[in-house]
Design a protein around this ligand. Structure first.
Ligand SMILES: O=C(O)[C@@H](O)[C@H](O)[C@H](O)C(=O)CO
Length: 467
C-alpha cells in the first residue's frame, strides 16, 4: 500500500502555502452559516448508533457514487443492515478517486476518528468497529464533534412553520455555539404543485393560528413568521430556485384568483411565476427591514428520476446542474429592490460553473458602499464544492470582484462529520495564494496575505453576519 496521502501539508504544495495555512488560518474557528444539520440532534446532544447512522444517512453524494458503481439500492437507502451498508460504501471508496468524496472520506476518518488509512472492503470491519466504539463516548456526541472543530456558529435551514423549540433550548442553555435558524419558505412559494402547496399552506396557518384566505393574510402570516424567527435569533434567509423570478407584477385579477384558490383549495393557479415573483419580492423587503442576509441558491434541475424520487423523496441524489439563463433575472430582481433601498445583504450561489463570471460580476452592480462585501458570490456549491469548483469560484471572484471581502466556505451538509470541508477550503485557498506569492505574482508578505486569508476563512463572515 502506498504512503498515506493525508499528511499535515495535504494540498499545500509549497513552503509559503504551508506557512500561510499553519500560521494564519488552521486554528481559526468555523462559522458554518448554511447547512442542513438537524437542530434537535444538537439540542439533544445525540449519540449516533454507528458510523452508518452518522456518515451515510442522508448523504446523497455517497449514494450517487454507489449507484454509479452498480451498488443495489437496498445497500444504499434500502432495508440492508447498517454494517452491510457500511461495507458496501467501504468497498466502493477506492473507486471514488478524484471525486471529492475520496478526500472528504479520508479527512473525516482521520479528523474525527484518528484513522489514517485508506478505507476499503478489507479494513471495513475494523474501521466500523473502532469508529462505533468512539461514537459511544462523550467525545463523539454531536455537540462534542462541533466543539472539536471549533465551530462557533451553525446556520440551520428551517421551514417557516418550524417551532424552533430546539434553537430555543440551546439559546436558553446559553450553549457556547450559536445555533441559529435560517428562514427557508420555498415550499409556500411553489404554488404550481397544488397538493403540496395546500398541505404546506395548512402548516403555515397552524403556525400562526389563523386561516389564510387571501394575499394579505398570506403575506401577513409570512411577516409573522419572519418576526418569530427574528425573535429566535434568525438573521439569514435562504431560497433554492431555478432562477430569480422574471415576473414581479401581481395584478388585481391574480390577487382575486389567489383569494378564491386558497378559499376553495381546489383547481390550479393560473400564474405560478407571477405568484413566486411577487411574494419573493415582498419577502426580500421583509428581510431587508430586519437587517438579515438573504441567500439564493440558483440553477439546479431537481428530482430528475421520477421513479426513484417517488420512492425516496427529494434530496436523494437525483438532482443535477441545470442550464438556465441567470443574469438578466437576477439583475432585474435585485434592481427592483435596490431602487427603493430595499436590497438586503445578499449571497448568490450558482450551481452551473459556466455562470461563475456572471455571478462574480453581478455583485458589483449592487455593492452600494453601505457595508463591506454587501453582495457575496457564494462558495462552490453542491457539484462545485470540490477542489476544481472552489478554485474556479475563487479565481472568478478574484478576477472580477474582490476576494478579500469573501465570506468563505460552508458545509451545506446533513452530516456532523462534514466540517473538514472548511479545512479543505482553507488548504486550497492558502495553496492558491502561496503559489502566486512564490511565483512573484503576489507580494511576498506573509503577514499581509495571511491577514486576507484569515479574513476569508473567518473574520469576514463574523463581521458580515454580525456575530
Ligand atoms: O440547499 C439546497 O437546496 C441544496 O444544498 C440541497 O440541500 C442539496 O441536497 C445539498 O445538500 C447540496 O450540498
Amino acid at each position: 500500500m502506498s504512503e498515506y496521502f493525508l499528511t499535515d501539508d495535504f494540498l499545500l504544495q509549497g513552503k509559503v502555502a504551508r506557512r500561510l495555512y499553519h500560521d494564519h488560518v488552521k486554528h481559526l474557528p468555523i462559522i458554518d452559516y448554511h447547512c442542513h444539520l438537524a437542530p434537535n440532534e444538537i439540542a439533544s446532544n445525540k449519540q449516533f448508533n454507528n458510523l452508518t447512522d452518522i456518515w451515510l444517512r442522508g448523504d446523497h453524494y455517497k449514494w450517487r457514487a454507489q449507484r454509479s458503481l452498480g451498488v443495489p439500492e437496498h445497500l444504499i437507502t434500502g432495508d440492508a443492515g447498517d454494517e452491510e451498508k457500511f461495507n458496501a460504501w467501504a468497498k466502493v471508496v477506492p473507486q471514488t478517486v478524484r471525486n471529492p468524496l475520496f478526500h472528504w472520506t479520508h479527512m473525516e476518518l482521520k479528523n474525527v476518528f484518528g484513522i489514517a488509512e485508506y478505507l476499503d472492503e478489507k479494513n471495513a470491519a475494523s474501521v466500523y468497529a473502532s469508529c462505533n466504539e468512539l461514537l459511544k463516548q462523550p467525545s463523539h456526541t454531536t455537540r462534542s464533534i462541533l466543539e472539536s472543530f471549533r465551530v462557533e456558529y451553525v446556520g440551520t435551514t428551517d421551514e417557516p412553520w418550524d417551532s424552533l423549540e430546539h434553537h430555543q433550548q440551546l439559546a436558553n442553555e446559553n450553549y457556547k455555539i450559536r445555533v441559529s435558524p435560517s428562514f427557508r419558505p420555498d415550499k409556500v412559494l411553489m404554488i404550481g404543485n397544488t397538493a403540496a402547496f395546500f398541505h404546506n399552506l395548512g402548516l403555515l396557518e397552524n403556525s400562526v393560528g389563523s386561516s389564510i384566505k387571501d394575499l394579505s393574510s398570506f403575506l401577513g402570516a409570512l411577516q409573522e413568521r419572519v418576526d418569530f424567527f427574528h425573535g429566535n435569533g434568525c438573521r439569514v434567509s435562504d431560497h433554492g430556485l431555478i432562477q430569480m423570478p422574471a415576473k414581479l407584477e401581481f395584478s388585481s385579477a391574480l390577487e382575486a384568483e389567489f383569494a378564491s384558490f386558497v378559499t376553495h383549495r381546489k383547481g390550479s393557479f393560473s400564474d405560478p411565476d407571477a405568484f413566486m415573483g411577487h411574494v419573493l419580492l415582498q419577502l426580500c423587503r421583509m428581510y431587508q427591514a430586519k437587517g438579515w442576509v438573504q441567500q439564493f441558491h440558483l440553477g439546479p434541475i431537481r428530482n430528475n428520476n421520477t421513479r426513484l424520487n417517488k420512492k425516496l423523496g427529494a434530496d436523494s441524489g437525483f438532482d443535477s446542474i441545470g442550464d438556465f439563463p441567470q443574469a438578466l433575472q437576477m439583475s432585474l430582481f435585485f434592481d427592483q429592490l435596490d431602487q427603493h433601498d430595499q436590497l438586503a445583504k445578499t449571497v448568490i450561489y450558482n450551481i452551473n460553473p459556466s455562470d461563475n463570471e456572471v455571478f462574480a460580476t453581478m455583485l458589483g452592480n449592487f455593492n452600494d458602499g453601505s457595508v463591506k462585501g454587501k453582495m457575496q458570490f457564494g462558495s462552490g456549491w453542491w457539484f462545485l464544492d470540490q477542489k476544481d469548483g472552489m478554485e474556479r469560484q475563487l479565481n472568478a471572484l478574484s478576477n472580477m470582484g474582490l476576494i478579500s471581502t469573501f465570506i468563505g466556505m460552508i458545509t451545506d451538509s446533513r452530516s456532523f462529520l462534514s466540517f473538514p470541508r472548511h479545512e479543505y477550503f482553507r488548504r486550497i485557498l492558502c495553496n492558491l495564494i502561496g503559489d502566486e506569492m512564490e511565483k512573484g505574482l503576489l507580494p511576498n508578505d506573509e503577514k499581509w496575505m495571511g491577514g486576507i486569508l484569515a479574513d476569508i476563512s473567518y473574520h469576514n463572515a463574523k463581521e458580515y453576519f454580525g456575530l
